[in-house]
Unconditional design. Structure first.
Length: 148
């Protein structure tokens, strides 16, 4: 993906990596356990094959996924989330929670896997062992900003 945003902002820089059409949905397929090109394609009705290939290469270049050979003749690969890719789970869960609250037609609910109780988002501050409200948070700009 070409760089769209040249701003000193974490959101803009993250969007440069995963903000293009289909990338988040491809990552979501991987979170859902689909690993092969065919499984991902089948889960994303309407994605052109050339675009899926391009997005998978971009996600690999950006170290969110790795490609592993699982069959040699013909060569077939599976796609696996890296640790960096797996770290997006909280972002995906936040999308689900936001959707539960704001979408007219909510397709998913985030629940505890053992008791099915609904989940709510909290910010934990370990320095004082307490939970904070979003209104108690602020974003500060780091003094040393590397080149964007």
């Amino acid at each position: 993906m070409k760089i769209q945003y040249n701003l000193p902002c974490n959101i803009a820089q993250t969007l440069n990596i995963i903000g293009d059409k289909w990338s988040l949905l491809i990552l979501n397929q991987l979170f859902d356990g689909r690993e092969t090109y065919k499984e991902i394609q089948d889960g994303l009705e309407g994605i052109p094959t050339n675009l899926l290939s391009e997005r998978l290469k971009s996600l690999e270049t950006n170290k969110l996924i790795v490609k592993k050979l699982y069959q040699t003749h013909p060569p077939r690969y599976k796609y696996i989330l890296t640790e960096m890719g797996c770290d997006l789970v909280d972002v995906f869960n936040s999308f689900i929670l936001w959707g539960e609250k704001h979408l007219n037609k909510c397709c998913n609910t985030l629940v505890h896997k053992y008791c099915n109780g609904k989940v709510e988002h909290k910010y934990y501050f370990p320095n004082c062992d307490s939970y904070l409200e979003a209104s108690e948070l602020c974003v500060i700009q780091n003094e040393k900003i590397s080149e964007v």
